[in-house]
Structure formats: structure tokens, C-alpha cells
Write a new protein. Structure first.
Lengths: 145, 521
């Protein structure tokens, strides 16, 4: 993935956003990161609605990091919506969730997730995850055309 | 008819020659003959009751006609047939006199033997018939005298003719007293009798009547009777049916009482039926309420489960923050912290860790309770080997685990089974005395349709006192070892939901053997 391709993070916990963005920085990830705090905002962003219509400020992402437990519309619903949009059928979506429970994992994959990562508490481990993420998804992985 | 040989005939004639002739005729056909030549000796012989008398009219000491009369007038001898013979008195008027005096037949002497014998036979026949009739009458009288029924006969004008002893007892007077007297005059109370008119009518029309009722003569007694009008009399037979009537009345009363009881019973049954209906309606209402409450309860449980699940889940984010930022502080600001400050931060981080572990266990348990099961055949051998391979703590040198396999396939759910075995093997490895390398042996046995997998460890064992409650939620037998106390509750719940069981054997000192039982696939 080219370093300027945007990454959309859908996460409602500020603390987790902090840890994630710190980890990205320490892992050397320079892609622009957009954060939305709710499922509704995620759909509005991807659909270019409201304030997100300005694509210069809010570019279409090349990859989405999606939390499952959001207020209001939850991550699984957002994922299902994403996969229904012709433009986003192949958009890579990585689930970032605190749930380790099988039903949640199964549901996420069934709804079209490309990958599933369980959130950690240790900031150092966050950095490790960020490094792995960069190595695999940003460097190795071939983007869908 | 008696045979001639047993028939005795008295021949009375003073004329030897004619007497001889008659005697010979009679003897020749077998009759026994007694002779008499005078009236006097005749009378004496007559006292011996001959069966027939052949009597000459003219006798030296008496007139044959008078002998006839004497025979007739004596009730004892009045039925002896008399055949009168006369040589001299042969006119019709003589015959008439003779017959009137009592002779039954009159012949002129000398008699033709055939005519004589024919007359004798005829008279004997008559006599036998008379005797038979008399015997019959006497039997009849005897019957009437002895039966318990009343027999009373009236003439067409209702004058008493006959009344048997029972009847005399009932009427209270003798037949001699009543004979010829009128029923209605002698017993005026009989006029009020309801059948009186019917009897009168019956008598006039000549139809038999059957009646039954209370006696007008003796109230309290009940009689049943038949009246038979005949040519010249009305015969009535009556029977005392007082007892039968009493029995009938008793029966009627008993029947009424029974019917009353039956009605009461039916009413009670009706009530019972109504009560049953009410009960069944109440039951239905009750069941409906139970269903409603159960549905509400299930809804509430669902809500609680969903609530506890989401709340527990929501707790993890703040915990992550506590763990993460205290760690960041320790890492990034180590130079600005003294030992005590560092210690405080460590404690915060540890506390957050412990809480997170607890929440994870609760979430696991909740998941086991709520998740959809979809059981199917599972390759248990592969699953257990995977579990051992996935956990570094289960590998040598940290632990020695032996599988006496291959473990047979069982019916269950892979995720649940993974949880069960990782929990139990994890416990086996964790609860050892310090310095001891955990040794675990996994074996299997077949129990009917079920497969039992046993996990034996060389750990600290579980005291018998704790064994009962060990599978309960939050039970902790050993507080010196880390753990939330949920693990075994998760194992039991998961096993039960898969239709299996979990159990344990331990003497409290030499390790434990936990076992899991599932249906063979």
C-alpha cells in the first residue's frame, strides 16, 4: 500500500484511539489516519454524506479498522452495510475488538471481515501489533484493484 | 268298575226256584252272590254293604217297596242300587210305584238272563259313577276344607250356599248359620266395598271377575279374589294377600327411597361435574398464568443475560485504559518516579489485570450459557492434541502430558470442548506443589453409549470437603493459586449443554482425576 493511502479507524473509546495512534507512530506508520467515533459516522464518512462530502478533507480510505462494540449501530451492522455497497465490496476491513468470543468472531467473518484482531491492554503490545500490521497489510498485502 | 269277581250282589227272593235261577245267572259270570229269603235277613245282609241288591217285591215278612225305601232313607246304604223283580206286580203302575219307592230298575220275573245281566251291569256302572262322583266331591271338599284360600259360593241372588272352613273363619260365622242367608243383609259393610258393583255386574253378565283390595270386613287385611259366575251360582275364591301387599308397599317405599337416593346421587354427580369443570377451567387459567409468567421470566432472564453480557463487555475498555496508561507511565516516566511511585502504579496495573481476568471468565461463562450449540461429531483426539500444542505452558519442560489414545470421536461442539479441555488441563498443570513438574495423563474408557475421558494429575489434590461445591460458580478451593473460580463452572455448564457430564476423584493428597463424559459419535 502506498504510504499516502488513508486508513479509517472506527472506534468510540478515546483511550483505545490514543493507544492505537501512539502505536502507529512508534511503528513508523505514516498513512493518514481518520477516526470516527460511531457506526453512523462511519457510514456517513464512507458514503460521503454531510460534512464528509469534502473528499479533500475526508478521503475515501484504502483500509478500515473497525471496532465491533460501538454506541448505537454496532460494528457488525457497519460491516454488512459496507459489503452491500458496490464500491466497497472488496474494501479491506480489519476488525479490532475486545471480544474474544467465538460467536462474535464467527459473525464478523460471516459479515465479510478480512481479519480479526483482539485488543490488548499493554501499550508495548499495541506497538507490536502496529508493526505486524504495517509489515503485513501495508507492505506485503496486495491491495484489491 | 270292579271286576265281577269282587262285586257282591244280594239276592232277596222267598221263591227258591226263581231265586236260584237269578243266583246261577249271576254266579255264572263271576259275581259273588249272597242270598236272603226274608226281609229280615235281607236287612241284616244289607248292613254288610253289598254292591247291588236284587229284590223281590213280595216277601213273606215285608214289602219289597218298603225295603227299598228303608235302603234309600238310610244315608249309609242309600247309594246301593236296587234291581226290583216281581212276578206278580208287572203292570206299569207297579213299575212306577217300585221306581218311586227307590228301585233303580224294575224287571218282571222270570227274567231273561241277558236282560238281568245287562241291568246289573248298567246299575253297577251307575253306582260306580256315583261313587266316583262322591269320591271326587269328597276330595274336593277336603281340598276346600284345608286350603288357606276362602271358598264361598252364592246363588244368583247372593245367598250363601257354600263356605269352606277358612271362609267361615273370615266371615266369622258357620256355613250352617249362613246357608241360604243373603250376603248383603248379613254383611252390610260389604255394600261399600268397591268391587260390590263389579261383582253384581259380573253375576248378571256371567263374566269372571278378578279383584283385589282391602277387606271391608277386616280392615288391614288385603284380599285377592276370583269370582266365577256359573249357571246357578257364583263361586268366589279369595286369598289373603296382606303380607304380599305389605311387601309391595315396603318395596314401593324402598324403591322410592332408592329413587330419591339416585336423584340425590345424580344431583351430587351433577355438582361433581360442575366442580370438575370449574377445576379444569381453573387449571387452564392457572396453566395460562404459569405460561405467561414463565414467558415473562424467560424474557427477564434473557434481558438479564444480555444486560450482564454487554455490561461485562463494556467494563473491559476502561480496564484496558487503566492497564495501558499505568504501563505507559511506568515506561515513559520511570526517571521521574521513585520506588514507591512505581510500586503504586504496579499495583494499579495488577488490580486492573485481575479484574480483567475475572471479566473474561464471566464472559466465557455467559457465552457458554447463551451461545447456540449445534452439536455434531468431533475428533476429540485431534482437538486435545491441538489444545496441548497451542499452550506453551503445556509443553515440556513446563509440563509432561501423555495421551493414552487415540481418543474416540464424541458428539459435542468444538469451541465448547476446547474450552473444557483447556480449562481442565490448565488446572492440572497449575495446581502442583512448588518445584514439582506437572505430569498429566489423559486416558479414555467406554461406558455404554458414552465415552469417558479422564485427566489425571500429580497435583495437590482436592480435599473431600470441597469436592461437592467445586463446580459451582465462584467457588475457590485454593486461594493461594491464581484463578477466578469460574473455570470449573464453565466446564460443567459446557459439558451439560453438550449432553455430557463432568466429575472428579481425589483423595485430597495424591493428585486428582477429573473426567468428562460425552456421547460417542
Amino acid at each position: 500500500m502506498r504510504p499516502n493511502r488513508p486508513i479509517l479507524v472506527v472506534e468510540n473509546e478515546d483511550d483505545d484511539v490514543l493507544l492505537l495512534t501512539r502505536a502507529f507512530k512508534l511503528a513508523g506508520i505514516t498513512n493518514p489516519v481518520q477516526v470516527v467515533n460511531s457506526g453512523e459516522d462511519a457510514i456517513a464518512y464512507l458514503g460521503g454524506e454531510g460534512r464528509f462530502a469534502d473528499r479533500r478533507r475526508y478521503p475515501v480510505p484504502a483500509l478500515v479498522l473497525l471496532d465491533l462494540k460501538l454506541r448505537g449501530l454496532d460494528g457488525a451492522d457497519v460491516l454488512k452495510w459496507i459489503r452491500r455497497q458496490p464500491a466497497y465490496r472488496t474494501l479491506p476491513v480489519i476488525i479490532l475488538s475486545s471480544s474474544f468470543l467465538t460467536p462474535d468472531v464467527a459473525e464478523a467473518y460471516r459479515s465479510g471481515a478480512n481479519s480479526y484482531i483482539v485488543k490488548v491492554a499493554d501499550p508495548a503490545e499495541w506497538v507490536e501489533i502496529a508493526r505486524d500490521f504495517a509489515r503485513w497489510w501495508l507492505n506485503r498485502n496486495v491491495d484489491p484493484p | 268298575m270292579k271286576a265281577p269277581q269282587h262285586t257282591r250282589i244280594l239276592v232277596v227272593d222267598d221263591n227258591d226256584a226263581s231265586r236260584y235261577g237269578v243266583v246261577r245267572h249271576l254266579q255264572r259270570v263271576g259275581y259273588e252272590v249272597i242270598e236272603a229269603s226274608t226281609g229280615d235277613s235281607a236287612m241284616r245282609h244289607i248292613e254288610q254293604h253289598p254292591d247291588l241288591i236284587v229284590l223281590d217285591v213280595q216277601l213273606p215278612d215285608a214289602n219289597g217297596l218298603e225295603i227299598s225305601r228303608a235302603v234309600r232313607n238310610n244315608p249309609i246304604t242309600s247309594t246301593i242300587p236296587i234291581l226290583q223283580i216281581s212276578a206278580t206286580f208287572t203292570h206299569t203302575s207297579d213299575k212306577v210305584k217300585g221306581l218311586d219307592a227307590g228301585a233303580d230298575s224294575y224287571l218282571a220275573s222270570p227274567v231273561e238272563p241277558d236282560e238281568l245281566l245287562a241291568n246289573v251291569r248298567m246299575l253297577l256302572r251307575l253306582r260306580n259313577a256315583q261313587q266316583a262322583l262322591a269320591e271326587s266331591n269328597s276330595r274336593l271338599k277336603s281340598v276346600l276344607d284345608n286350603i288357606l284360600d276362602v271358598y264361598v259360593a252364592f246363588d244368583r241372588r247372593w245367598n250363601f250356599q257354600e263356605l269352606n272352613p277358612m271362609g267361615q273363619k273370615i266371615f266369622g260365622r258357620s256355613i250352617e248359620d249362613l246357608r241360604g242367608k243373603n250376603l248383603w243383609t248379613e254383611f252390610p259393610q260389604a255394600r261399600n266395598w268397591k268391587y260390590a258393583a263389579e261383582l253384581e255386574k259380573a253375576a248378571q253378565e256371567g263374566q269372571p271377575v278378578h279383584f283385589e283390595g282391602e277387606s271391608p270386613l277386616r280392615p288391614g287385611l288385603w284380599w285377592e279374589g276370583h269370582a266365577y259366575p256359573r249357571a246357578d251360582r257364583i263361586e268366589i275364591y279369595m286369598r289373603d294377600i296382606t303380607e304380599r301387599k305389605r311387601d309391595e308397599i315396603k318395596l314401593a317405599e324402598a324403591t322410592q327411597a332408592l329413587q330419591r337416593h339416585i336423584r340425590e346421587l345424580e344431583a351430587a354427580q351433577g355438582d361433581l361435574s360442575v366442580a370438575k369443570n370449574q377445576l379444569s377451567m381453573q387449571n387452564e387459567a392457572l396453566e395460562a398464568r404459569v405460561h405467561e409468567r414463565t414467558a415473562k421470566l424467560e424474557e427477564t432472564i434473557q434481558d438479564l443475560e444480555t444486560f450482564s453480557y454487554s455490561i461485562t463487555h463494556d467494563m473491559r475498555a476502561p480496564l484496558r485504559a487503566m492497564q495501558g496508561f499505568s504501563k505507559l507511565l511506568l515506561d515513559s516516566y520511570a526517571d521521574k518516579l521513585d520506588a514507591e511511585g512505581a510500586d503504586f502504579l504496579n499495583r494499579i496495573a495488577n488490580a486492573a489485570n485481575r479484574l480483567d481476568l475475572l471479566i473474561r471468565d464471566v464472559l466465557s461463562y455467559s457465552n457458554i450459557v447463551r451461545a447456540e450449540l449445534k452439536p455434531g461429531p468431533v475428533d476429540l483426539d485431534a482437538l486435545v492434541r491441538d489444545v496441548i500444542r497451542d499452550y506453551p505452558d503445556f509443553q515440556p519442560p513446563k509440563a509432561q502430558i501423555r495421551i493414552l489414545g487415540p481418543l474416540p470421536p464424541v458428539m459435542g461442539n468444538e469451541a465448547f470442548l476446547t474450552q473444557c479441555f483447556s480449562n481442565l488441563i490448565g488446572n492440572a498443570v497449575k495446581f502442583v506443589r512448588s518445584g514439582v513438574t506437572p505430569e498429566v495423563e489423559v486416558s479414555h474408557a467406554r461406558h455404554g453409549d458414552f465415552v469417558r475421558v479422564s485427566i489425571r494429575d500429580n497435583g495437590i489434590g482436592i480435599p473431600p470437603a470441597h469436592q461437592d461445591g467445586i463446580f459451582k460458580l465462584f467457588h475457590r478451593a485454593q486461594s493461594s493459586y491464581p484463578g477466578t473460580g469460574i473455570g470449573l463452572a464453565v466446564v460443567r455448564k459446557a459439558a451439560e449443554r453438550m449432553g455430557g457430564r463432568v466429575g472428579l476423584e481425589s483423595d485430597g493428597d495424591h493428585g486428582s482425576t477429573f473426567w468428562l463424559e460425552f456421547r460417542a459419535a
